[in-house]
Design a binder for this molecule. Structure first.
Ligand SMILES: [Zn+2]
Length: 359
């Protein structure tokens, strides 16, 4: 550092910052003499430290390197007075981690316990130190705050009610960019940068090739998607056609079922009619059989009526004696071809004979 600094040491610190880079500066008031602050910081039992301490003459002491964590404005995640959720700075509340991990602590010794107004020499040294720190770390002006901004309930008077914030901010904002005092780059650095440029160009070429490959893959994927979309469209058309066919078939099936039902009804009707016809036929057959029987009887009767007895051989036994007597008396002579008697005539002759009418 270009600002004169007296290097001291303390056991009250933590190596590193858990991977973080400081982006806040926290201003303190030690609340006592500079010497008593040095004694306190260098006694490990106290477990307290600042990165930097400034006395009224403007001398700067460094106890902890800014890359390490000093123990000056620790916070925790509880609701107690040191809980970071009470911080007046939204970003500190949001981070919700120990504020020591991202802050650089600068303390003034030998200032009033509560108003904390440092000497002009001390303030000038502080400005030089802050400018120096801002060349190494990215620390916005509104990230230069007091201990009271971190833990307002725990340290409401640090750095003090009279601390000249306006003056400090005014000076810092007048020249926030440090003059460029860098020496010209060495040949080794130039070579190193050239090598890095070559490496970056190679990486760029690789990236461009990779992008081209990915673009080709994307284009192929797009073509494939188009093919699949066309295929899907064709399938959808085919599905619509099949659905239409299915619907037509369903209608035909319904129509055929209607016809079948009508036919079944017709068949039932015909079967009923057939059964009635069969019954009628059975009745007619019965009547026919009765008629046939009657006809047979009538035929028998007719046959009996038509029988003619012409010879003695044809005369029934019960009429033989009567016929012989009628022949003896000359009453029965025949007609030349035979007696020509019916059975009824014979019965009458027999009855008359038995009555003695032929004697
Ligand atoms: Zn403090």
């Amino acid at each position: 550092m270009s600002v004169p600094i007296t290097i001291r040491n303390t056991a009250s610190q933590t190596a590193g910052r858990q991977g973080r880079v400081p982006d806040f500066i926290v201003i303190h008031n030690t609340g006592g003499t500079t010497q008593s602050a040095i004694n306190t910081i260098e006694n490990a039992a106290n477990q307290v430290s600042y990165h930097f301490l400034i006395n009224p003459a403007g001398q700067i002491f460094r106890f902890v390197h800014p890359n390490n964590t000093a123990w000056h404005s620790g916070t925790n995640n509880t609701t107690g007075n040191q809980g970071n959720m009470h911080s007046l700075v939204p970003l500190i509340r949001q981070r919700a981690i120990n504020a020591n991990l991202f802050t650089i602590g600068i303390a003034f010794g030998d200032v009033h316990t509560t108003n904390g107004n440092p000497t002009s020499q001390a303030l000038g040294a502080c400005v030089a130190l802050i400018r120096e720190l801002r060349t190494e770390f990215t620390i916005p002006l509104n990230h230069i705050i007091g201990h009271r901004d971190v833990v307002p309930r725990h340290r409401p008077n640090c750095p003090g009610t009279a601390f000249p914030w306006a003056t400090l901010n005014s000076i810092l904002s007048q020249n926030t960019t440090p003059p460029n005092q860098s020496p010209p780059p060495s040949e080794a650095l130039i070579n190193e940068l050239r090598a890095e440029i070559t490496s970056l160009r190679n990486a760029l070429s690789n990236s461009e090739a990779r992008i081209a490959a990915l673009e080709n893959a994307r284009n192929e994927s797009n073509l494939r998607i188009t093919d699949l979309e066309n295929f899907r469209g064709e399938n959808n058309t085919r599905i619509v056609a099949l659905e239409n066919t299915r619907n037509q078939h369903s209608e035909q099936i319904a129509s055929l079922e209607g016809s079948r039902n009508q036919h079944n009804a017709r068949v039932s009707s015909l079967e009923s009619w057939r059964n009635q016809a069969n019954q009628r036929a059975a009745n007619l057959e019965t009547a026919r059989d009765e008629h046939n029987s009657r006809i047979t009887t009538l035929e028998n009767n007719q046959n009996e009526t038509s029988i003619r007895i012409n010879t003695m051989a044809e005369v029934p036994e019960w009429g033989i004696s009567t016929v012989q007597r009628l022949i003896q008396r000359g009453a029965l002579r025949g007609d030349g071809s035979g007696f020509n008697l019916t059975l009824d005539m014979l019965r009458i002759f027999v009855i008359n004979d038995r009555l003695g009418l032929h004697n």
